[in-house]
Design a protein around this ligand. Structure first.
Ligand SMILES: [Zn+2]
Length: 313
């Protein structure tokens, strides 16, 4: 590059108004917080980009509004954070400062729970979503217990954390609930689950012990079969020996909603294919026994979501 060109460049840089690249016109200024007596200095822009709550809060602080005295947020007069602990705030800061090339340094559930708490408190959607994703991950060294998930779901409004834990708890014997589970669920929910378990056990017993079969009147519409009695016996035998056993299986859970598909796949020795098709069709259209369990569980899930005691029992 020759001398003439260098002069032109320096002239340019001294006279041109700087036009910032989109997204890089950010005021960088530090803001200090104090949590349980410990200081945290953060780039305010970083927080403001994540949270509307924060934008409002820091703008208010700059205008000397309700947050208090001039200079609040400086190292001498930090913003005092209440409603979270120093450790929770540290985990949140680790998330705030982490980048794609530098992992957050958090690897256990507690760190993500901390982020969840602070993110909820300050309405920081990105951090909230991050914590939920990590807490739901299979990579977590120790998964959260279902009762703990229900507690968090209610506390922070994570609706998607209710259905599966409720289903797991309904299948878990009451004496396997730990003291911590009881604490997380609370008396009314444990009570609700206990009553619901009894009702589900009844629904299952009823279906296992009472083989549904079309009445003689309903059978009038069935395809002609000269061995109706044999077909019925094959159906009942299969129900009592195969399906009933699966329903009562002590360790492998069999959801009743799978009954029709399971029966369809079973070998009903001695039953005509057309008769079996007719009975399955009849069962699908007119029987409610195999659908009762799932409908009831959905009601329990809604009740747990709303923390209401259901009066249907
Ligand atoms: Zn038949």
């Amino acid at each position: 590059m020759d001398v003439e060109n260098i002069n032109t460049l320096s002239e340019l840089s001294s006279t041109q108004t700087t036009v910032f690249y989109p997204g890089f016109d950010i005021d960088v200024h530090p803001v200090s917080f104090s949590v349980e007596g410990r200081g945290f200095k953060i780039n305010a822009a970083q927080l403001m980009s994540h949270s509307e709550f924060f934008r409002n809060m820091l703008n208010e602080a700059q205008r000397n509004g309700p947050l208090g005295s001039p200079g609040e947020g400086s190292a001498h007069s930090p913003i005092v954070v209440e409603g979270c602990t120093k450790d929770q705030f540290t985990s949140f800061m680790l998330w705030l400062n982490h980048s794609a090339w530098d992992a957050s340094g958090i690897s256990d559930a507690q760190g993500y729970l901390d982020i969840l708490h602070v993110a909820h408190m300050w309405e920081i959607k990105s951090a909230f979503g991050f914590a939920i994703k990590e807490l739901s991950s299979d990579k977590l060294p120790k998964a959260l217990r279902p009762a703990h998930k229900i507690y968090l779901a209610r506390r922070y409004g994570i609706v998607e954390w209710i259905p599966i834990p409720v289903r797991i708890l309904l299948r878990t014997p009451l004496d396997c609930y730990t003291e911590e589970d009881h604490k997380h669920l609370g008396f009314s929910t444990v009570n609700l689950l206990a009553i619901a378990k009894e009702k589900i056990a009844n629904i299952r017993r009823q279906l296992a012990h009472h083989t549904p079969y079309p009445s003689l009147r309903a059978l009038e519409k069935a395809p002609h079969c000269s061995h109706q009695a044999t077909c019925k016996k094959a159906w009942v035998d299969c129900w009592e020996k195969e399906l009933s056993r699966q329903i009562h299986h002590p360790s492998e859970h069999f959801p009743l909603s799978r009954s029709i598909d399971t029966l369809r796949g079973m070998k009903h020795s001695g039953m005509h294919a057309e008769c079996k098709k007719f009975v399955l069709n009849w069962m699908e259209k007119t029987c409610v026994g195999h659908t009762k369990e799932d409908r009831f569980i959905r009601e329990v899930i809604t009740a747990v979501e709303q923390e209401e005691y259901i009066r249907m029992f």
